[in-house]
Design a protein around this ligand. Sequence first.
Ligand code: C2E
Ligand code: CA
Ligand code: CA
Ligand code: CA
Length: 279
Amino acid sequence: NNLAALGVLGIALIVMQSDITLRSGLYADMREALAKGHFCLHYQPQVDAQGHIFGAEALLRWQHPEQGLIPPGVFITAAEETGLILPIGNWVLKEACAQLVKWSDHPHLSHLSIAVNVSTSQLRQPDFVQEVQEIVTRSGANPGQIKLELTESMLANEVDDTIQKMRALQAFGMSWSLDDFGTGYSSLNYLKHLPFEQLKIDQSFVRDLLNNESDQAIVDTLVNLGKHLKMTLIAEGVETIEQLEYLHSKGCMKYQGYFFSKPLTVQAFEQLPSPLLSP
Ligand code: C2E
Ligand code: CA
Ligand code: CA
Ligand code: CA
């Protein structure tokens, strides 16, 4: 027991130390990473009720030469604060488009959509719409296979600007997902006017779904709301068959989570069997 405690302490110290090393030169390191091609995307499958993969969420990773693979939680906030999220966000979209083009003649993956996360500062750029259109057009990717994800908290301000940009890119062929749905207290009245095709039930409601009656009530409500608004629902953070069955019984027919797969490198993603559920 003591040994285990020491082990945990040791790991905590290592984590803290690498965190400090990381923060001190974070801005310069991120710029270098972008220049040297040290960012990469991992893809997490999104599946329907039969376990068929219909899409993938592109999730940013930093392959640090010394620190190894760094998840976005460690650097996204800093990237947003320093403005580096703008070139990084463009890189992410470019890379996802390039992936769609590579998969376009693949026997099983040509129909997939790729979901790309958009941060507030990207959305607020006056030329956001043009920039996105330019990147997609230049890549040769089909805009109909790209889903842009906004989090609910981004909808609190500048609603008219948001609606206008969403509509413009929708007219271009892209679609929109509302990420972390249920966590952002967005006005339901606004939601009605925003052209979201898909709502993503936040994983915080899925985690204890089987034991927590409040989470069950929230999930039921979110599913019904989505249905009334004629938006597709996808549950995030599905880790167990019980969660899957509960969600399915309530009418949520699309899922993303470790139960199916963690985010994977392109090579690993291409090896996934489909359907992911054995019938
Ligand atoms: P998110 O958009 O909500 O992405 C889902 C996160 O949940 C991912 O973490 C994913 O690995 C994790 N996840 C998926 N299934 C499960 C599960 O079953 N259980 C648990 N516990 N976790 C699961 P990740 O990749 O670390 O990304 C964290 C956040 O970083 C993302 O949250 C998103 O907000 C942000 N992010 C990732 N890539 C980008 C990007 O390219 N641009 C921007 N602006 N933000 C990004
Ligand atoms: Ca997301
Ligand atoms: Ca999410
Ligand atoms: Ca999130």
